[in-house]
Structures are given as structure tokens and as C-alpha cells.
Design a protein around this ligand. Structure first.
Ligand code: PHE
Length: 446
């Protein structure tokens, strides 16, 4: 199995691609509602702490493996393990990662489909003049229509897989270069608008003044899972992007830039969402429906609200699109490594993710009572266990591989930060990131 020759066209392209992977549902949909359920500022503080102590160092570990291996994740792990004289079973980490992205993409595509539906509805003016009760009932009716959910899920997956099929430079890189600056601009506009609403100061206080009463080990586990999820770390997906990294780029600088952009997007989205929610005196702990119910209600009553609501759903769609591409890439490149043409590999991945996504789409109606594990239905299972448990577990193994198994020279060269930078990174991963992930994972699970 030969090394890949593809590279991102520039350092900036690599940073934008990784930011595109990181910024997504996690920042705009998941962060506000999980923070809403888990106490606001306290959750924010812990999650940012985890980003610094685990997220960034493990992100470097993951990309470093991809860059040193220059292949799909499974093949890269296998080849690097052999070089290091370690067991070829490390390939299983790549297989576990592929299973994780498969589960995540299956529900991710369904929820991203919601944003297509809501974008269209908002542009068509369906929310203007609607009462809170009508909007709430409309969302419930939407969830109860598997046909609509499947239509939007299919559309979103089609958009995603078309870009993936076009390849790294013609597909992934072009889309990220175009969408990421647009997304950031739109978000700044939206946050600027939020600053003019009455809820702005309440939102700031709620997001930035912590109270620690609500903190439990489970909240801490959620915050850690969220740090991995939002940075796209732990599923070997960034490993796939690392394989195309230019030769002369500093990995630590890139990782810090991505993390800073990612956190700033979550904060801007949080400020925008909570300002509007508080301006209407609504409940921040609304759960997964927060954006889809609360926001249309809140925006509907604000001047010019419908336009801003459309901007919001457009933003969500763009953000999820670039993340879904990253979720698909490792599966596609793995099949390519087994000898499939890229187009065939893309089709196989699309079809299997589409089928799996049906289980999530039906979880709100026909399969609502099909609860195979822990009393949760399929949507609840795939949207909680892979982010909260699989990603930290995958991240832990990735960190162990990069900081303990890989030979020093190989890892140091792939990090691109000289000997001092390498030793600093390795010590943080060995003595902070790995033990901390292990303890929080164990504590949260028990
Ligand atoms: N980071 C993405 C988001 O926040 C989700 C993701 C997770 C993408 C894991 C790739 C890998 O929406």
C-alpha cells in the first residue's frame, strides 16, 4: 500500500480544512443546548480547560500520526506500528475510528437535514407571524414525518458525498476555502445583531459568570466529550487530513489556530442564540430542540427576525457540510487503500451511512420505542455514546500511540516544532492529557 501523494495546496488551506472539520453542529447546535442543560458558564469554563489540556495536544497527536503515515488511518497506524516494532493490532484503533465516524455521520446527516428544512421554511416566511405554540407543534410534526426527515437526510448526504468524490484539492479544499470565511463573516454579523437586543447582557452574564452548583461527574464527562467532539478529535478523522499536510508546516501553530477559531465560533454562536432566547424570556435548557424551536419563536418576534433566522440556518448548514466531509473522508480513503476507486468508495460509504441514518430518522416516530441499549432509542444512542465515550477513548489510544509507541525521530519530524517543542508536547500528552482523559472517562462511566 503506497503513500498518498496528495497535499493541501497551502498552509492556510490545511488550517481552513481542519477548522471546517471542527466547526459544525458541535459549536452551533450542541454547545448551546448542552451548556444550557449543564449550567452555562461553568460548563464553558470546564470545556475550554479540556480543550487546552487535552484537545489541542491530542489533536496534534492525531494529525501527527496521519502526517507521518501519509495513508488512510487504518493503513497508517498499521505501517507506523510495524516501523516501531509494535503490534499490528494498532490497526484496530483505525477500525474503531471508522466505526465512530460512521455512527456520528449517520445522525449528523439527519440533524443537518433539519437545517435544510428550516432554512427553506424560514426563507419562505413560514415563521413570520407564527405563535410559539404553532412553531413548537410544527417542529414535533416535522420530527414525526419520517418521509421529510429522510428526504433532507438524503439531500445533505448527497451534497456531502459529491464534494468528497471530487477529491482533496478539487472538492474538500475548494469548499473549505470558500465557506469558512463566509461562515465567520455571517456569524460576526449575527452576533452584532444579537448585541442590539435586550437579552445581550443577560446572555453575557449567563455565558461568562460561572456558578458551580450544577457540577457533577457526568457534567465533567459531557464537557470532555464535547471538547473532543467540537475539535473533531478522537475518531482518526483528522488523521486522514494530516496525511495531506504540507511538508513544511508547524503542527502546533496550526492546532492552536484551529482551536482558537473553534472556540470563538462557539462563543459567538452562544452569544447570538442566548441573547435572542433571553430577549424573549425563554428557557436556555430546552435540549436538542433549542435552536429549532426556541430560535424561530424568539426571532419571529424581533424586528427583521426572519432574515436573521435564515442567516442562522444557512450558517448551520455551511458549518455542518464541511464537518460531514471530514467525517466521510477517513472511510473513503480506507476503502481506497483496499484498492477501490474513489468514486466507488464514496458510493459505498454514502449508501451505508444513508441506511444507518434511517434508524435515526425513524427514531422520532416508528422506532421511537425501539430502545436496544440503556433504554435509549437509536438516535439517542448514536448522538450521545460516540461523542461522549468513543471519542475520548479513541483520543486516549491515539495519544498513547503518538507519545509512547512512535519512535522519537518519526514523531518529532511529523510535529514540525523542533526538539524542544516535541519534548514539551510529549510531556504534556504523557503526564497530563492521557491521565486526565483516563480519569474523567472512568469517573463519568462509573
Ligand atoms: N467537530 C464536528 C462538529 O463540531 C463534529 C466532528 C466530530 C467532525 C468528529 C469530525 C470528527 O460538529
Amino acid at each position: 500500500m503506497s503513500e498518498t501523494l496528495e497535499r493541501w495546496g497551502s498552509k492556510r488551506a490545511f488550517i481552513l480544512a481542519v477548522t471546517g472539520a471542527a466547526v459544525g453542529l458541535g459549536n452551533i447546535w450542541r454547545f448551546p443546548y448542552v451548556a444550557g442543560e449543564n449550567g452555562g458558564a461553568a460548563f464553558l469554563l470546564i470545556y475550554v480547560g479540556f480543550v487546552l489540556l487535552l484537545g489541542i495536544p491530542v489533536m496534534m497527536a492525531e494529525i501527527l500520526i496521519g502526517r507521518a503515515g501519509r495513508r488512510g488511518p487504518i493503513q497508517a497506524l498499521g505501517a507506523l506500528a510495524m516501523d516501531a516494532g509494535a503490534s499490528a493490532n494498532w490497526r484496530w484503533l483505525g477500525i474503531f475510528g471508522a466505526f465512530t465516524v460512521f455512527c456520528i455521520l449517520s445522525f449528523y446527516s439527519v440533524v443537518s437535514g433539519w437545517s435544510i428544512e428550516f432554512l427553506v421554511a424560514s426563507v419562505n416566511g413560514q415563521f413570520s407571524g407564527a405563535t410559539a405554540a404553532e412553531i413548537g407543534a410544527g417542529f414535533d410534526a416535522f420530527l414525526a414525518s419520517p418521509g421529510l426527515l429522510i428526504f433532507n437526510h438524503s439531500l445533505f448526504l448527497f451534497m456531502t458525498m459529491t464534494v468528497v468524490a471530487a477529491g482533496v484539492s478539487k472538492g474538500l479544499e475548494r469548499l473549505n476555502n470558500l465557506l469558512m470565511p463566509l461562515l465567520y463573516g455571517l456569524l460576526l454579523l449575527l452576533a452584532g445583531y444579537a448585541a442590539t437586543t435586550d437579552g445581550f447582557s443577560t446572555a453575557l452574564a449567563w455565558l461568562f459568570l460561572p456558578s458551580f452548583e450544577a457540577l457533577t461527574p457526568t457534567v465533567v464527562l459531557h464537557a470532555m466529550g464535547h471538547a473532543f467532539f467540537t475539535l473533531a478529535v478522537g475518531a482518526c478523522a483528522l488523521m486522514a487530513y494530516g496525511a495531506y499536510m504540507p511538508e513544511d508546516q508547524s503542527l502546533p501553530k496550526a492546532a492552536v489556530a484551529v482551536a482558537a477559531l473553534d472556540i470563538s465560533v462557539a462563543l459567538l454562536a452562544g452569544i447570538a442564540i442566548f441573547s435572542v432566547v433571553f430577549a424573549q424570556g425563554m428557557d436556555p435548557a430546552e435540549g436538542p430542540g433549542l435552536m429549532f424551536v426556541t430560535l424561530p419563536i424568539a426571532f419571529a418576534e424581533l424586528p427583521g427576525g426572519v432574515v436573521w433566522l435564515s442567516v442562522f440556518f444557512l450558517l448551520l448548514l455551511l458549518a455542518t457540510w464541511t464537518s460531514a466531509i471530514n467525517l466521510a473522508e477517513p472511510m473513503v480513503v480506507t476503502l481506497q487503500g483496499l484498492g477501490c476507486r474513489r468514486s466507488i468508495a464514496t458510493a459505498i460509504v454514502a449508501l451505508s451511512v444513508w441506511l444507518m441514518g434511517l434508524l435515526s430518522a425513524f427514531s422520532f416516530s416508528t422506532l421511537a420505542d425501539f430502545r436496544p441499549l440503556f433504554g435509549r432509542n437509536v438516535f439517542e444512542l448514536v448522538s450521545s455514546i460516540p461523542p461522549d465515550v468513543f471519542l475520548p477513548l479513541g483520543g486516549l489510544m491515539i495519544a498513547i500511540f503518538a507519545a509512547w509507541v512512535m519512535p522519537r525521530t518519526t514523531a518529532m519530524q511529523a510535529l514540525g516544532a523542533g526538539e524542544g517543542g516535541y519534548l514539551l508536547w510529549r510531556n504534556v500528552v504523557r503526564w497530563v492529557s492521557i491521565p486526565l482523559t483516563f480519569i474523567v472517562l472512568l469517573g463519568g462511566l462509573l
